[in-house]
Design a protein around this ligand. Structure first.
Ligand SMILES: Nc1nc2c(c(=O)[nH]1)N[C@H]1C(S)=C(S)[C@@H](COP(=O)(O)O)O[C@H]1N2
Ligand SMILES: [Mo]
Length: 254
């Protein structure tokens, strides 16, 4: 048995070494997205990136598995006057703005967004509150949109500014942020359809983010503007999102 075991161990060792080499290579290629390891959370993120492949796809499901009662959560109908006016006009005046650290800022109508490279996926949404639902999403792939806008080299995060006010005080507007690894993930889309129908208001009409390797609160609904930034420290509470400003982790990878 011993030689076999030795051979197996050698093989296992070699493939493990290969894995680490691949991971290191991955890390170096992503180096421009990472910056300095300044905090425990950053370190955590680096370790996460070493041991898992962040470009791996989230599991996709069959049409039969779609939840008949996908739960809306958080804001279900924004009362903000600007949103109400857009909604009452059937979102004809809606423009998805992509600006900040980009060469060519975009302001897309819904029709234009629907003309962009798209993807459909059936995925499971996991909320930290302890429920999950499966839904079918169609939307514009975020990566090609960013390439159209032309990210400047300093851009490290995307901030999603939403239309709804969920909390009290000066930072009550919902917002979120993701890094460029998640932004360019093939399943990251700006969804305008849910279960083959236009995205309903409770789920974020007219456009919401689907970032399938992250927990529910990262999936910004009612997206009005995507701002490319070098840092989100100056935005609202400075922690990168509405719930992050209230104590949730910025990195909510699943
Ligand atoms: N603009 C906005 N986006 C949001 C929220 C919100 O309240 N406002 N809630 C978040 C949370 S906690 C979850 S679980 C999901 C809920 O998405 P759903 O309403 O489609 O189920 O949206 C996320 N995105
Ligand atoms: Mo959530």
């Amino acid at each position: 048995m011993r030689p076999h075991r030795r051979a197996w161990l050698k093989g296992a060792g070699a493939s493990l070494a290969g894995l680490w080499l691949a991971a290191c290579d991955q890390l170096t290629r992503n180096a421009q997205f990472m910056g300095f390891i300044g905090s425990a959370e950053n370190l955590n993120r680096q370790v996460q990136r070493l041991v898992t492949d962040r470009t791996a796809l989230a599991r996709e499901f069959s049409p039969a598995e779609i939840s008949p009662d996908f739960r809306p959560n958080g804001t279900r109908s924004p009362a903000d006057p600007e949103y109400v006016a857009l909604r009452d006009a059937g979102f004809a005046d809606y423009r998805l703005v992509i600006d900040g650290l980009v060469e060519r800022p975009l302001a897309l109508t819904l029709a234009e967004l629907r003309g962009e490279p798209a993807r459909t996926q059936i995925t499971r949404h996991d909320c930290v509150e302890g429920w999950s639902s499966i839904g079918k999403w169609t939307g514009a792939k975020l990566g090609p949109l960013l390439d159209q806008a032309g990210l400047k080299p300093q851009a490290r995060y995307l901030v999603f500014h939403c239309a709804d006010t969920l909390g009290e005080g000066p930072h009550g507007r919902y917002y979120e942020s993701i890094d460029l690894v998640d932004a360019y993930h093939p399943q990251t889309i700006l969804a305008y359809e849910m279960n083959d129908a236009p995205l309903p208001v409770p789920h974020g009409a007219p456009v919401r983010l689907r970032v399938e390797r992250q927990l529910g609160y990262k999936h910004a609904k009612y997206v009005m503007r995507i701002e490319a930034v070098e840092s989100f420290a100056h935005i609202a509470g400075g922690r990168g999102g509405f719930w992050e400003d209230r104590g949730y982790e910025w990195y909510a990878g699943i």
